[in-house]
Design a protein around this ligand. Sequence first.
Ligand code: FES
Ligand code: FES
Length: 167
Amino acid sequence: MKDKHVTLTLNGRKATLIVEDRTTLLSALREYGVTSLKRGCEEGECGACTVIINGLPQKSCLVLAREAEGAEVLTVEGLVKKGRLHPIQQAFVDEGAIQCGYCTPGMVMTTYALLKKNPSPSEEEIKEALSGNICRCTGYLSIIRAVKKSAAILSGKVKGGELREDD
Ligand code: FES
Ligand code: FES
C-alpha cells in the first residue's frame, strides 16, 4: 500500500511523492511524470537513471524514494528554460551524440554535475566522470566531443547555445 509521503524540491519546485517503503526514486519520479530518467539495468550499472541529488549525480535506481525526503533533485526537465535547451543538451544535439537517446538524459546530468565541479575537465576526467554511464550506440567519441563543447560554451571560451545567467 502506498502510504508514505515524500516531499522534496524537484527542478526548483516542491513536489510530494506517494510511495511505498521500497519504492526507488527512479520509480517514484517516473510515476510522478518525470520520464526523462530511464529504467535501464536497475542495478546501478548503466547510468540511464542518473539525476542530481543535492548537487551530486546519483543513480536513482539505487536510491529509495524515502531517502530523498527534503532533497533537491534536478532532472533534465529542470535544465530546459523557457522552452530552450540547456547548452549541454544543445551540444549533444550539435555533436551527434544522440542516437537512440536512451542514455542521453543520464549522460547530460552527469555532464552537468561534472562541469559544475570542474568547468574545464581534461579528456581523462571526462572519461572518468562518464564511466558509470553506458551508451550502446555512439561509441562515446561524439559524447566526449559534446562534453568538451559544453565546457567551452559554459566557460565562455566559444559562442554557442543561449547562455543564461543561471547556467
Ligand atoms: S537503471 Fe539505474 S543505473 Fe541502470
Ligand atoms: S544513444 Fe543509444 S544508448 Fe546512447
